[in-house]
Write a protein that binds this ligand. Sequence first.
Ligand code: ATP
Ligand code: MG
Ligand code: MG
Ligand code: MG
Length: 356
Amino acid sequence: SKKTVAVIFGGQSSEHEVSRTSAVMMLQALDKEKYQVLSVGITKKGQWLIYNGPVEHVKTGEWEKFGTPVSLSPDATKKCFLKIVGGNVKEIPVDVVIPVLHGAWGEDGTIQGLLEMAQIPYVGCGVLASAVSMDKVYTKMIAKAARIPQAKYLWLHKNDLEEKRERILDHAEKKLGYPCFVKPSNAGSSVGISKAKNREQLSAALDFAAGYDRKVIIEEAIDAREFECAVLGNEEPMVSGVGEVLSAAEFYDYDAKYNNSDSRTVIPAEVEEEKTEEMRRIARKIFRAVDGSGLARVDFFIDKKTGRVLFNELNTMPGFTPISMYPMLWVQAGMTETELMDRFIELALKRDSGIR
Ligand code: ATP
Ligand code: MG
Ligand code: MG
Ligand code: MG
């Protein structure tokens, strides 16, 4: 019999819209002969709705009007984590979940924790790998322990800005200089990120980033070419070739990523073989260092001055929009999007949480 696959999209993070676009691609790519597909959307406010209308409405946001409210009800004895509320309570058993959620409450281990409680297999990284990879400060600590080269950085708590602001600015100027990048530690799609060129901009950038997370990271700016690499697998993952991102803006900000058609991707990247191999090696290494499973996209810089490869970050649920690098890297390697979805599901079913 067909396996029931629940695709969860939307969510309460700043990447809600990106998630809906990613979900459209996945819903279209899933083989309906093999799977009974159930789509479950989470509104920006956090309401969960089952949706079974046309996929176009997921993209536009109209799906919300046609959804049926469900409530969370993790129950490991019934392979169920949702039930329909109202007149007749109905539990909904599922075989696998695809949490196509980017950012907070989706890519950070929280929904993964819920699914662990229900003992339902899910696509992608587990609780720890998700949480560590979402938090840029933690990712940097792990990368350092694994001796992976990266940009210099420092970090602070939001509340440090009240009393220690001047000291933080002094410290950043001394250690990192200008320009520098300021980011919320937990975010994605460049939301909350700015490039600061002087003290005044740095101070404002800190407040801006602090609006998205309680932790903020400041990094030295690398004058760089940018590359991305896809990882697929559990303990012995496959690593794709490398693609280059050519941003239409001064850096690859939200608008340059999703709205500016002048941004381009080049696959495979036109870069020395030796650099490609170095990035692939680091991609595998960081995936293992965070104990990744399923998939991740690993982002890199190559410093234009020194030629050095620097690790930037990894994304455990990377974008699946029509212009996203992750699916394109595997398509370039000869896989169809439908085969990629099959592989995700197989990997989810094979993954051993270690507890069961
Ligand atoms: P996503 O999850 O969508 O890949 P993100 O929000 O996690 O993005 P980063 O990838 O860390 O953010 O940074 C976004 C972009 O900002 C990078 O792609 C790059 O263009 C620029 N950038 C970030 N950090 C630096 C840096 N240290 N030096 C130069 N450019 C940087
Ligand atoms: Mg990211
Ligand atoms: Mg991301
Ligand atoms: Mg990135």
